[in-house]
Design a protein around this ligand. Structure first.
Ligand SMILES: [Zn+2]
Length: 248
């Protein structure tokens, strides 16, 4: 498939024009014009690029790309090495950040909710990025944390009372611990995100709402994987998801 047609399709499907983001969404580094083999991954790290080179991928599609707002714009050190690998091998880099978190079916939040058996009921928080839902079978926070550990293959960090009954759940993948207060205000019994801050503990204790830190990487694998599978089915592109393990 032609690279520019692929970008147009992705921009349209993910409605990139609707988002104010911290990075450019879409084609970030231009490589060869035809895309037959696609590698997806969470972050465009050097390890992922090396996998792409070995597999002779024409494009890499990630959730965390490059050129973040406020970062040092110089192409030196590890950034130079990453770009050098892409440019030397003619590999395209596509990145979709907030548009991929938010997509109603292929997005990180949609995919995480489906994997955890949560029925979505609404949205909350800044730009309505957070999701609200219910557990069809209410359980306590400890049991929910166990279910998450089994689904994601990583033991989450549970803050708050394990015995707290949970029916209403709020979630937002990645580093969205800053939306905990908004989740509490939205009526959640438990809030699931990826990372934690020191103050997250106190908020959980003092509001009585459980916080489950399920891993930034662990909660953001499914969106990009679903998007890659979608492209493979729709356009006959060869697709492989590569999981570069990350404990955070
Ligand atoms: Zn993220």
């Amino acid at each position: 498939m032609n690279r520019d047609e692929l970008e147009l399709y992705l921009n349209e499907a993910l409605q990139t024009a609707q988002f104010r983001d911290y990075c450019p969404n879409g084609l970030q580094v231009e490589g060869r014009p035809e895309v037959a083999r696609l590698i997806t991954g969470v972050t465009a790290s050097q390890a992922l690029l090396e996998e792409a080179i070995q597999w002779r991928a024409d494009a890499v599609l990630v959730h965390h790309g490059y050129f973040w707002k406020g970062e040092d714009p110089r192409i030196v050190g590890y950034k130079g090495r990453r770009l050098g690998l892409l440019l030397t091998h003619g590999i395209n880099l596509f990145a979709y950040h907030l548009p991929l978190d938010a997509h109603p079916e292929l997005g990180n939040n949609a995919q995480l909710g489906a994997r955890l058996g949560l029925r979505a009921t609404g949205r909350f928080g800044p730009d309505q990025l957070g999701w609200l839902g219910v557990l069809e079978t209410p359980m306590d926070a400890g049991a929910l944390a166990e279910r998450i550990g089994a689904a994601l293959g990583r033991s989450p960090l549970l803050l708050g009372e394990p015995g707290r009954p949970v029916r209403h759940v709020a979630w937002c993948t990645g580093a969205a611990q800053g939306m905990f207060e908004a989740a509490v205000a939205a009526g959640a019994d438990a809030y699931i995100s990826g990372e934690v801050s020191e103050q997250t503990t106190h908020l959980a204790r003092e509001t009585g709402v459980a916080y489950i830190g399920a891993g930034h990487h662990a909660t953001e694998r499914w969106g990009i994987m679903a998007l890659g599978e979608h492209l493979a089915q729709r356009f006959g592109i060869e697709h492989r998801f590569v999981d570069i393990v990350n404990p955070v």
